[in-house]
Design a protein. Sequence first.
Length: 121
Amino acid sequence: MRRTSKAADAKRHVTLVRRIDRWLESAGVTSLTVRSHIAVDLGDALAAMDQIRHNAREMLRSNPATKRGADRALTHAARLGVWASTELLWHLRGLNRRWESQVEAPLAKRSEGKRLKHAAA
C-alpha cells in the first residue's frame, strides 16, 4: 500500500468532511451544528476504519508462529485495538446519537413527498 503524506491525507479528509456536510444539507439536515457533528463523526469513523483495515492486513501478513512474526503481529493487533476501541467507537457513538433522528427522518419525509421545514436564515 502506497503511503501518502500527512498533509495530503489531511486535505483529502477535509474534502470528504465538506462533501458529507453538503450532502447532509441537501438531504434536509438544516442545523449547521448537527451537520458539522455528523460530517466529522462520519469522516473520522471512515478514517479510523481505514487504519483498522491497514493494521488488519499487516497483522494477517505476519507469521505468528515465529518470534519476529509474532512481534510484528502484536504491534498491528495492538494498533487495531486502539483504533477500534477509541477513535472508531467514539465517532460511532456520536453517529448513533444523531443518525436516525437527524438524517434518516428527514430522508424518510422527503421520500414520502413531504416538504421539510427550513430554519430561518
